[in-house]
Design a protein around this ligand. Structure first.
Ligand SMILES: O=c1ccn([C@@H]2O[C@H](COP(=O)(O)OP(=O)(O)O)[C@@H](O)[C@H]2O)c(=O)[nH]1
Length: 499
């Protein structure tokens, strides 16, 4: 025994039980990782923040509610329209003689807003009211009446549960620029630094044109220039708002031109034959866009009789544009500078209402065909038009021939769209569910929701990051197990080892 080598049964490697424990732990780790990855990526119910803007237009007021994800840092999540409400009755400027009614008129839509925004969010929801050309005109003729209207609406809005941020008249430049921001924000052109879309906005009392032109740096006409730095890109926007060139005021101007003799009967080519309404001279001449031109010997009323002639209507409409003077290198009309048109354009508000009604939103149709169709429409008798559209508001219905003619004249004669460039225009109401108009751009600006600089973004999106970490961990564990099995398994099977 002494000289004998000692035979010893010894196994220095882990037992099969240990290996099974390692495998079980590995499998649990993999399952846990996959579960975490799946749960991380599962959509959880979104929490939203809200903002409300009231668009107090010349013809009506509309309320828009916007929402965006609450958990995004610095409110950088996508903003979308979640609800809109059309205030019953006319625009707030029409309540000049009974301002309290302007406040009252907003109550129904404010009630809808209270039902839309969750109660716990109401106190932190900003509420803005912006008034446009109707109030600009009232402010010109009667600034104290305009103040009284604002006092009445302020009182109604301050009593709401929302965070009221004020009511004010937007300048024409702001209206144009914020409309452009809205269109390009909704189209995702700003964040991605893509080529932008121009904005054409037609209201009742004013109209706006806004676009980026390579030939415009602001130097030739600084009043038409607005500079933005958005998401790290600089924009030098050309914008102009023509006060009195909204379609309701142009209608007044065209009628004023036809009533200069103080006639008791006016044969109007822009209204359908068979149309016959008695109207007041005082109502026609109540706006600063035509005041001062009322004929001295005018009777109290006149008979407004339709003639239904597109060519003559075009001539009558053209008479409200002045093309004779221009102190710049080039002008649109009325001596207003305009650089050469550039890029696609979105045309919204009344552009859309009118062209949609007339079935003329397809701009791939040759301009000549559009004119022919409109000419045919204008030549249709008033009786037939009423029979064809029994549910349409008669006031709007009577004016579509005029409005269509004005739109084509403004675009082609006023802004210089040609038969070739007409197809660059797209008549739009909404973009991705949100109405095109100045309100969204206004709120994005006031709440600083478009950063000047592009936000630093992580190299990988969250889901990508989780997936890659999971995959790498699974591979690593697999590799370890493989190595362990290669080392341990064959030796485990050997029962004894001689040392
Ligand atoms: O279904 C509709 C709704 C509105 N409008 C017209 O669109 C214009 C909208 O003007 P708004 O009051 O919004 O604008 P503002 O003059 O303040 O810019 C007005 O001429 C309305 O008569 C229309 O033709 N059809």
């Amino acid at each position: 025994m002494s000289a004998q080598r000692e035979m010893k049964e010894k196994n220095p490697w882990p037992t099969p039980v240990t290996i099974i424990i390692i495998i079980v732990i590995g499998v649990i780790a993999i399952v846990a990782l996959v579960t975490v990855a799946v749960l991380q990526n599962k959509s959880v119910p979104q929490k939203y923040k809200y903002g409300i803007v009231l668009d107090a237009g010349s013809s009506h007021t509309a309320l828009y509610i916007y929402q965006w994800p609450a958990e995004k840092d610095n409110n950088t999540g996508r903003v979308e329209q979640t609800h809109s409400c059309k205030v019953k009755g006319k625009g707030i400027s029409s309540y000049a003689s009974e301002p309290w009614k302007a406040g009252e008129s907003l109550k129904e839509c404010m009630g809808e807003a209270e039902n839309t925004v969750p109660k716990e969010r109401a106190h932190e929801t900003p509420l803005y009211l912006g008034a446009t050309a109707g109030m600009r005109l009232l402010d010109i003729v009667n600034s104290s009446a305009s103040k009284n209207v604002f006092q009445a609406v302020e009182k109604a809005l301050q009593n709401s549960p929302f965070s009221y941020q004020g009511a004010r008249i937007l300048s024409g430049q702001e209206e144009g620029a914020f409309g452009w921001v809205t269109v390009n924000y909704l189209d995702d052109r700003l964040k991605q630094g893509l080529k932008t879309t121009g904005a054409l906005d037609l209201g009742g009392a004013s109209t706006q044109i806004s676009f980026i032109s390579d030939n415009f740096d602001g130097s030739e006409s600084p009043i038409n220039s607005v500079n933005f730095r958005l998401y790290g890109n600089d924009y030098n926007l050309y914008t102009h708002s023509f006060l009195c060139y909204g379609k309701d005021q142009v209608l007044k101007m065209v009628l004023a031109n036809q009533t200069q003799s103080g006639a008791t009967t006016v044969l109007d080519p822009c209204f359908h034959s068979g149309y016959n309404e008695t109207k007041n001279y005082s109502v026609l001449y109540d706006s600063p866009c035509v005041s001062g031109r009322k004929p001295q010997e005018a009777p109290e009323k006149f008979d407004h009789i339709g003639k239904g002639n597109f060519q003559e209507c075009q001539k009558a409409v053209k008479s409200v544009f002045n093309f004779t003077f221009c102190k710049h290198s080039r002008c649109s009309f009325n001596g207003v500078f305009q650089p050469p048109l550039q890029g696609p354009f979105g045309a919204f508000s009344a552009y859309y209402f009118v062209m949609n009604f007339l079935n003329l939103t397809d701009t791939s149709m040759p301009l000549e065909t559009v004119k022919q169709k409109l000419s045919q429409y204008c030549g249709t008798s008033w009786d037939k038009i009423k029979r064809q559209h029994p549910t349409v508001n008669v006031k709007y219905l009577a004016e579509y021939c005029f409005s269509g003619t004005y739109i084509l004249t403004l675009l082609t004669e006023g802004y210089d769209f040609t038969a070739e460039t007409y197809s660059n225009i797209k008549f739009i109401k909404k973009i991705k569910g949100s109405d095109a108009g100045w309100t969204l751009g206004y709120m994005l600006n006031l709440t600083n929701m478009i950063p000047a600089e592009a936000p630093d973004s992580p190299p990988l999106p969250h889901a990508g990051y989780v997936s890659i970490v999971t995959l790498m961990t699974i591979l690593l564990i697999g590799l370890l197990l493989f190595v362990a099995l290669r080392i341990f398994w064959p030796r485990c099977s050997k029962k004894t080892q001689i040392v």
